[in-house]
Design a protein around this ligand. Sequence first.
Ligand SMILES: [Zn+2]
Length: 453
Amino acid sequence: MNPAWVRNLIYPLHEQIMRRSTFANLRQLEESQWWDQQQLQGLRTLKLRRLLQHAQRQCPYFDSMFKEHRVDPQDESPWACLQALPLLNKQTIGDHRALMTWQEAPGGLVEAVTGGSTGEPLRFYFDKRRQAFDKAARMRTHRWFGVNVGDREVYLWGSPHEANRQDQVKTLRDRLTNELLLSAFNLTPTRMDAYFDQIEQFDPASIFGYPSSLFLLCDYGNRTGRRLSPGSLRAVFTTGEMLDEVQRRVIQEHFRVPVADGYGSREAGFIAHDCPEGGKHVTDENIIVEILDAEGQPSEMGCVGEIVITHLDAFAMPMIRYRTGDMGRHLTQACGCGRGLSRMRIVGGRHTDHLVGQDGRRMHGLGLIYILREMPSVQKFQIRQEKSESIRVQIVPSDGFDNDDRMHITSGIRRCLGKETAVTIETVASIQSSPSGKFRCVTSEVDTAAVVA
Ligand SMILES: [Zn+2]
């Protein structure tokens, strides 16, 4: 499909049918990225006031929080009101979901389940407004690298559901939007060979995926001498996990284009993204990032603390002072690119290992996470692969966790990794973070690189 048709016709039409103002938002974001901090702060103050007033009127949970902490966003500084509110975490949202939700959000509510990074599933709601802002923010960062809306994009991504879904609908949608979805699960050598062929033929402007999966693909390409011919590729975008410097270098050298990393999550939104000058810019117009110390107070400027976000356009389920569990810091210097958007650095974040199946296939840890996070009877979990062919799952159960659930988990894991995989399931009262404080819900002690060779 001609990228200009997708950009000017199909995509705008799709967003219109979905009743999302994505393209108007994009135009606005394209302009405001060049504003200075003072102008941006003015916009943020306006949007924060509107969000807090909305939350007070439409969501009983927030109304009672304002009362309890004796602030009123109707006539006080929105920043002071924000600071007075307690932090939100997955547990709070789980406990008060109905009271935090604006049931009459225009265009309806879209339910989502997430929890890939922490092992604690979270059910929450999107509304059209929020989706339109998150999408526009993503489009803007692609354009920083010369990748426009409608340009061909390969996704090394996907849930097992998507990978298994009947291909016709998917293929039609992908053709219409110039997207090619390749499953990041089950990265066998045969499959990676096929991916190289498919990517070569598709000739994308960008490739998008988990850092760990892209690294595996590039590492495999380097070992076997596979490399794409020079074509339209302009950038590789990573997200979903910490991108470490080795991964960045290997991916960049393999594809010979810049690697740009995005930081965000489904529940928190599109928080920050690398620019071509190397700075990670915050989506200041849509998201407030607070960096808090262990006492929940703002860290000294430039010091590391927990990243807590407020999504200024999440109206169906306001995410106000949501704890991401990731660590980071604000950067103080302006960026060489000239954009007024503030900058941050992520210093410790999510890391998901790949697991190894019986036939040597490597599977992104999310493949198993999907099985567990859909289960209401599982509160929290951790998956460990200590050696090939054996998986240990620790579970903090909710009420009703029973033998059927155990069988469901075992068969799900065997479907992913092989019929003979030994699965041990333990129920525990709590799961501790690693000594570094970082919680990893999938870890493997099997050397996946050795298996590639
Ligand atoms: Zn920049």
